[in-house]
Ligand binder design. Structure first.
Ligand code: PMP
Length: 287
């Protein structure tokens, strides 16, 4: 079955799907994106993802490419055409196609919209969560506006590659004061020796992950104590548990940081129980 992508008004064969060479996403990374999980035929936390898309677009002064309700129709259609019951739907909006010039293109330039969907085997992620992942730490070297979900991800790409070359699956960006910001594509969490769930506040300096927001709801509903505060790499290494969250991985236990095992080197029980409870509490919309 051929994969289908939506590109600027058309559903096209994924292999032939293309945007113009003067698309500002290609030229300047002048665009934003969202990734929603699709689970059991439902789009997970779609409202929150589209609210964040709205915020990212507003922060950059990019217009919506179509009405929000129409975008939902396109997302559903791409999911349907690709027969995705479990996987993800990806959307990217850029400032559009215009002759290369740093300043914004003339008013009326249409933003570009690409929507794709792909199947992911939920069993693979479940297996991964049973063994956990290893992470490395890297110095924070990104711009200050990482709260905007921009497609400008070069530091994240380099950090992830460095993780891979060091036998790890994720990299945590660390501020000069030694506190953990977030992963290259995930938010970072620890559970202290006293059983308190800790994650960095999302007012600035990190992306406000949708999984993060929903997981805070899950934790509170399950009576887990939560502190939104910074934590250091040293505190994380001494923690009872560590894990990361993202729409595609939900809750993924971390079993080693820079080669140092977390607790007994196995996924933590709080991480795994939050992972198990996540889908019930997340908002679901029919795909
Ligand atoms: N931080 C960064 C830098 C990310 O790229 C992502 C994933 N897009 C996240 C955090 C997690 O966000 P979400 O839970 O919305 O997937």
């Amino acid at each position: 079955m051929p994969r289908i992508a939506y590109v600027n008004g058309r559903y096209v064969d994924h292999r032939a799907a293309a945007v113009h060479i003067e698309d500002r996403g290609y030229q300047f990374a002048d665009g934003v994106y969202e990734v929603c999980e699709v689970a059991h035929g439902q789009i997970v936390d779609m409202r929150r993802h589209l609210d964040r898309l709205d915020r990212s677009l507003k922060e950059l002064g990019i217009a919506w490419p179509m009405q929000r309700s129409s975008l939902v129709v396109v997302m559903r259609e791409v999911i349907r055409r690709n027969r995705v019951a479990n996987g993800l739907v990806y959307l990217q909006v850029t400032r559009g196609v215009a002759p290369r010039d740093h300043v914004f293109p003339p008013a009326g330039t249409r933003p570009s919209l690409v929507v794709t969907a792909k199947k992911i085997d939920p069993a693979a992620s479940a297996r991964r969560s049973e063994s956990g992942i290893k992470i490395i730490t890297v110095p924070e070297n990104r711009w200050e506006r990482v709260d905007i979900k921009s497609v400008g991800l070069l530091p994240n790409v380099l950090a992830k590659q460095q993780a891979k070359e060091n036998g790890a699956q994720e990299a945590w960006f660390v501020d000069p004061d030694g506190t953990v910001k977030e992963g290259a594509s995930t938010n970072a969490w620890i559970v202290t020796r006293d059983g308190v769930l800790v994650t960095r506040p999302a007012d600035h300096g990190i992306l406000r992950g949708i999984t993060r927001t929903t997981l805070l709801d899950v934790a509170r509903k399950h009576g887990v104590r939560v502190e939104e505060r910074s934590f250091s790499v040293e505190e994380a290494k001494a923690a009872r548990e560590a894990f990361v969250t993202s729409a595609t991985q939900i809750v993924m236990p971390v079993v080693a940081i820079d080669g140092h095992a977390i607790a007994n080197g196995h996924p933590g029980s709080i991480a795994l129980s939050l992972r198990a409870a996540f889908f019930d509490i997340a908002e679901k919309s029919p795909a």
